[in-house]
Design a protein around this ligand. Structure first.
Ligand SMILES: [Zn+2]
Length: 72
């Protein structure tokens, strides 16, 4: 499995990300091949679509005073 990392950002990349990335998307440096897992111990895994940045659905409260009267 090919692993790459960015030592400047202390980021590691999955093999899927390494397949289409040649430079670090954060700092633009060239990605470095990783010889062993110990070399990237403590590095954060780069996730291109971090869940915190996705829009969250918010709760919406609608007033019920404006509803038309029940005509039954
Ligand atoms: Zn970087």
């Amino acid at each position: 499995m090919t692993r790459v990392s960015c030592p400047s950002c202390r980021l590691r990349f999955t093999s899927a990300a390494a397949a289409f990335l040649t430079t670090c998307p954060v700092c633009g440096d060239e990605l470095q091949p990783v010889a062993s897992a110990e070399a990237i111990l403590g590095y954060r895994l780069f996730e291109p679509f971090e869940t915190e940045s996705l829009p969250m659905a918010g709760e919406v409260a609608l007033p019920i005073d404006d509803l038309p009267p029940d005509r039954s």
